[in-house]
Design a protein around this ligand. Structure first.
Ligand SMILES: Nc1ncnc2c1ncn2[C@@H]1O[C@H](COP(=O)(O)OP(=O)(O)OP(=O)(O)O)[C@@H](O)[C@H]1O
Length: 303
């Protein structure tokens, strides 16, 4: 069982603190590393892959420090975010080269197995420069899998993929997680993480903002105060009826609409139609305000 431990870990680049005192444990199965751009996801993955040393704290695999530890490198595969691959090589040459770098006894057989896993056998003889974005992603994945690592790290693997490629990658990662591998993938898109990860770690501005299964993270996000703009047949009557409830934190009349801040998302979602019906007020439009992922993240960090 491969378990990654990040303990009081920080990483800075000059004055920029990219990862700030983060502690988390990533075990077998699929973990999503969620955070907006610049949150420090790539930096954390770089440390987990042994490409970067932590500036402070520790990053270990099954208790062994990762930095400059060849035994650990043999157990870790990385699919980096950057596009750049060796465009002049064929897919097969690229994966075989990776197998050779790992010193595998039969690089050809290992490459064939990894290429088969990502369903690239038909295209393996073509140059990588001619591949689509999704194919490049798959051949990078084959290179990361060629030494059959217990840990697979993927930095924004869904970027630029079309829906079909996305489904293929989801199925592939699911099978790796089910086989007991420790799979960590980063994303700034909530829905990607929701579809795939059993466990979610949230990074915001270098800090560890939340951790848990997807439902817990979702609850944290939905329990925050929500603002709505409502238009109805009688905004004043609706405001008077809403303000009496504990979940209504603030109500204000704003031109032809009503602004409401509610503290409990689910309670308010049930309350609003009931209150409107009882008061004989017809609801025309209910629009959530400021539902952007950035605002959700900043709420998580403040708390
Ligand atoms: N080599 C570097 N030198 C200086 N600053 C860096 C370097 N790499 C990253 N940073 C900074 O560290 C912070 C975290 O960057 P990082 O790439 O780890 O975040 P990220 O969550 O992966 O974001 P993105 O999804 O945009 O890649 C950012 O402020 C970034 O500008």
């Amino acid at each position: 069982m491969a378990t990654l431990d990040v303990t009081a870990c920080s990483r800075w680049y000059g004055n920029v603190v990219a990862v700030n005192d983060v502690t988390m444990t990533i075990g077998p199965g699929i973990t999503g590393l969620l955070g907006p751009n610049g949150a420090g996801k790539s930096t954390l993955i770089g440390m987990l892959a042994g490409f970067l040393p932590p500036s402070a704290g520790a990053v270990t695999l099954d208790g062994a420090a990762i930095w400059k530890n060849q035994d650990v490198y043999r157990a870790v595969g990385l699919v980096p975010e950057r596009e750049a691959t060796f465009d002049y090589l064929t897919g097969k040459q690229f994966v075989v080269a990776n197998a050779e770098l790992h010193g595998l006894p039969d690089p050809g057989a290992a490459a064939a197995r990894a290429i088969g896993t990502v369903a690239m056998a038909d295209a393996q003889g073509r140059k990588i420069g001619e591949y689509s974005k999704g194919m490049k992603q798959r051949i990078k994945m084959a290179a990361a899998l060629v030494h059959d690592p217990a840990v697979l790290l993927l930095d924004e693997p869904f970027n630029g993929m079309d829906p079909r490629q996305r489904l293929h990658l989801i199925a592939l990662l699911r099978s790796m997680g089910a086989a007991g591998r420790t799979v960590l993938f980063s994303s700034h898109i909530l829905e990607e993480v929701e579809q795939l990860a059993n466990h979610v770690e949230v990074l915001v501005a270098g800090r560890h903002a939340a951790s848990g299964d997807y439902r817990e993270i979702r609850r944290l996000m939905t329990d925050r105060p929500h603002q709505y703009t409502i238009t109805s047949g009688d905004n004043r009557a609706l405001a008077a009826a809403l303000v009496a409830d504990r979940s209504t934190a603030a109500v204000s009349l704003d031109g032809d609409s009503l602004r409401v801040e509610a503290t409990e998302f689910l309670h308010f979602a049930q309350l609003l139609p009931r209150v409107a019906r009882d008061a004989g007020v017809r609801l025309y439009e209910v629009t959530p305000v400021d539902e952007s992922l950035e605002s959700v993240f900043s709420y998580l960090v403040q708390n």
